[in-house]
Design a protein around this ligand. Structure first.
Ligand code: G3H
Ligand code: ZN
Length: 289
């Protein structure tokens, strides 16, 4: 089986993107895995610090790796938005395939220094673990939004700058870069998220020299994704859409059996709703008809 960096590089060459989806439980994981298997495409599972705290880091890794081994399937796990050095250490210890060190809210120089330290540490422990850096703040919560997240980079002058990306990647040694290109975490109800700066994506890909990761995928228009992949995005993160689908499915499951108490009879609609969202996103990201 190809390793994660090979899969990302192949995706870039084929002008497709690898889908990255967050989980909080087994219903989410099963929905995502079923969708990926049906389409026969690689997939990355993410756990934020909150999600990992709920599942357990070692447990999340064991679940994903058990699917990889049992089905000989390219499914990987990323420690998403890891904000402290201590958590990076725990994630390495737990066996994650990739780690996003999120210094996006820090001043540039501090982010660069901390990310450099993280890369040095992670690679000294296991050179095969991919390290992603974050440059630019895009909000921090996968939730339904009523306004733009405070402090998020949306205006052109606040987006990640190619010269900064070039220096950041060169000095830190990150494998992947998550920039601010008009994307935000979370999504609006009944309206799409803002459009992306496609030209900036292309300029950042060129300047940074590494594959780019698009965070905050929920709520973005389909044609924006297609243009972003064309311009240099190789991984796309989706979370809020999955959370909304999970909750809807759970409510349906509870309504369908008001007296039901067996979790395995209540949760199947949640699995199905998550699967549907992920299936449609993976189809788009992988340019499948
Ligand atoms: O890292 C997680 C993602 O960036 C998810 O963002 O909740 O807006 O889809 P989203
Ligand atoms: Zn994110």
């Amino acid at each position: 089986m190809k390793n994660l960096i090979q899969i990302i590089k192949d995706s870039e060459a084929n002008k497709v993107a690898v889908g990255h989806f967050n989980i909080s439980d087994l219903a989410g994981l099963n929905g995502i895995f079923q969708a990926a298997r049906e389409l026969d495409v690689p997939v990355i599972i993410g756990t934020s610090e909150g999600e990992a705290g709920f599942i357990g880091r070692k447990q999340a890794v064991a679940l994903v790796k058990s699917l990889r081994e049992e089905y000989d399937y390219p499914i990987f796990i990323n420690s998403d938005h890891t904000k402290s050095f201590e958590e990076v250490k725990v994630a390495v210890e737990a066996g994650y395939d990739a780690i996003l060190f999120d210094g996006g809210k820090l001043p540039f120089e501090e982010n660069l220094e901390k990310t450099k330290e993280v890369v040095r540490y992670v690679k000294s422990k296991d050179a095969s673990i991919l390290v992603e850096g974050e440059l630019g703040y895009i909000g921090s919560s996968s939730r339904i939004l009523s306004e733009l997240p405070e402090g998020a980079a949306i205006k052109k002058e606040d987006l990640t700058k190619p010269e900064q990306a070039e220096r950041f990647v060169k000095e830190t040694g990150v494998d992947l870069l998550a920039p601010a290109v008009g994307n935000i975490h979370g999504m609006f109800k009944g309206a799409n998220n803002p459009d992306l700066d496609i030209e900036r994506i292309a300029a950042l890909r060129k300047a940074s020299g590494v594959p780019l990761v698009l965070h905050g995928g929920s709520g973005i228009k389909e044609e924006e994704f297609t243009k972003a992949i064309e311009a240099g995005i190789s991984i796309i993160h989706i979370n809020t859409e999955i959370r909304a689908a999970w909750r809807q499915g759970l409510e349906d499951g509870l309504k369908a059996g008001p007296d039901e108490i067996a979790p395995y009879k209540i949760f199947p609609p949640a699995v199905a709703k998550v699967k549907e969202v992920v299936y449609n996103r993976l189809k788009l990201f992988n340019r499948l008809a």
